[in-house]
Ligand binder design. Structure first.
Ligand SMILES: Cc1cc2nc3c(=O)[nH]c(=O)nc-3n(C[C@H](O)[C@H](O)[C@H](O)COP(=O)(O)OP(=O)(O)OC[C@H]3O[C@@H](n4cnc5c(N)ncnc54)[C@H](O)[C@@H]3O)c2cc1C
Length: 413
């Protein structure tokens, strides 16, 4: 039996821990916070199988100036973060060029098109089935899309076998969202896009399954990582160094700090997002989850009521800007004038771990054998968690991973 330490009990860490424990490894999960209380706590709950293309794209580049100029827009980059963010932004601009974007789309699609089956394998193990909902999801466009852009979007979906139905404003109001404003252009329904009713509980259930498979948990942050003279990896908890045969860094947006201690520089940033949980109106307002494309947020009827989640503050540090969260409730009220008052019951923010090419990072460190990293799942951690957990466990067990992991290696930039 090998001693394996998994740093981070977010969706990625717990899915990896489950697969490692099921291989008979002696798994030790460590996290300074309770499982699922990082970014995985408050996401929008979509298993976004339509996201086959990375956000580092020529279209995003073209739309950036307009997005950044809108104060209440879905994307914000603070001037004071610019010097710190410069290397990330330059790499992002390089990755968004057409040839790299095409290559990165092939890579991301190789994961996303396998996400639903990996979720199915998790459900088949009787994990989180009661939190899973297979009712599809909607995207609403408030403005018409240029014909060529629309054709390119649909071609991409067709190429990767993503099913969709285009709907008129009338159809979407009649069949899915009766209290939606009539002032929209059109919508697209994705029947294969499942969702969950409580993302934090999903992490909890996978965590419990990992414990049942033999893993153990220590509630403490890893303060340091060192390569030990005997070839093992030392991890420091509460001032004491412990040895492990293998270490997985799955610490979300904090992963780069840990990897750096073993000599790897990872160009990881955080994309801060927010949610508000509404106390009213009732979940009946939404028959399915819906995302508003131009505004960049999702409304999902969840266990605790309707959750509005989204927006991006690139590289945000320090205190959250709760106006970003409150704006979601204001926008909901505009979009659903017939739904009754949107009472904010709670607000949350979380930091998505994001690399400049918008691909995850799943690999072994070149300079530190037996140290593995699984991070950078950006807007897709819930979607890809079960699959990434399987793949990194295969890698750590020295099996051949089911997906070619070369595009996701640590030293790719
Ligand atoms: C508003 C919003 C909406 C989103 N919507 C969706 C969606 O609909 N679908 C989707 O697929 N994804 C979505 N995402 C993205 C998704 O939530 C993330 O990709 C995912 O949660 C990342 O998981 P993680 O395990 O890598 O990180 P985290 O969940 O942040 O977990 C990392 C863990 O590591 C721990 N940690 C950090 N440092 C240390 C240390 N030194 N020692 C020990 N432990 C440490 C932290 O405490 C934390 O528990 C959304 C994100 C946001 C913000």
């Amino acid at each position: 039996m090998e001693d394996v330490v998994v740093i981070g009990a977010g969706i990625i860490g717990v899915c990896a821990a489950l697969n490692l424990a099921q291989r008979g490894m002696r798994v030790h999960i460590v996290d300074g916070a309770p499982p699922g209380s990082g970014c995985s706590f408050g996401n929008a709950g979509l298993i976004a199988v339509d996201h086959v293309a990375p956000l580092a794209s020529p279209e995003t580049m073209a739309g950036l100036p307009r997005m950044l100029l809108r104060r209440d827009g879905p994307l914000r980059l603070h001037k004071r973060s610019l010097p710190r963010m410069a290397p990330w932004l330059l790499e992002f601009a390089a990755q968004a060029q057409r040839p790299r974007y095409r290559r990165n789309t092939r890579a991301l699609a190789s994961l996303v098109t396998g996400a639903a089956q990996a979720w199915r394998r998790l459900l088949d193990r009787h994990i989180a089935g009661d939190l899973f909902r297979d009712i599809g999801s909607l995207y609403v466009f408030e403005h018409p899309v240029a014909r060529a852009t629309e054709r390119a979007q649909l071609d991409l979906l067709d190429r990767h076998g993503v099913r969709y139905e285009n709907l008129t404003a009338g159809q979407v109001r009649r069949d899915y969202l009766p209290s939606l404003t009539p002032h929209i252009s059109h919508a697209r329904y994705f029947p294969g896009m499942a969702s969950v009713t409580d993302p934090q509980q999903v992490v909890e259930r996978v965590f419990e399954a990992a414990l049942a498979a033999g893993a153990r948990f220590t509630r403490a942050a890893v303060d340091a990582l060192r390569a030990l003279p005997d070839g093992r990896i030392g991890f420091m908890l509460n001032g004491a160094m412990h040895p492990a045969a293998k270490v997985l860094i799955a610490a979300g947006s904090r992963s780069a700090e840990l990897a750096q201690q073993l000599g790897a520089r990872i160009e990881l940033t955080n994309e801060r997002g927010y949610h508000v949980q509404l106390g009213g109106p009732s979940q009946e307002t939404l028959r399915v989850p819906v995302s508003f494309v131009e505004r960049g947020f999702t409304c999902n009827p969840m266990a605790q009521g309707i959750r509005l989640a989204g927006t991006v503050e690139l590289g945000a540090r320090g205190a959250p800007d709760w106006r970003r969260a409150d704006l979601l409730a204001t926008q909901f009220q505009t979009l659903f004038p017939g739904a009754g008052a949107a009472q904010v019951a709670s607000r949350w923010y979380g930091d998505r771990p994001t690399l400049p090419d918008y691909l995850p990072m799943i690999g072994e460190m070149r300079g530190a054998r037996n140290v593995f990293v699984a991070t950078g799942h950006q807007h897709l951690g819930l979607t890809l968690g079960p699959l990434s957990g399987e793949l990194v466990a295969q890698l750590m067990a020295r099996e051949t991973p089911a997906v070619d992991l070369a595009p996701f290696r640590i030293d790719r930039f």
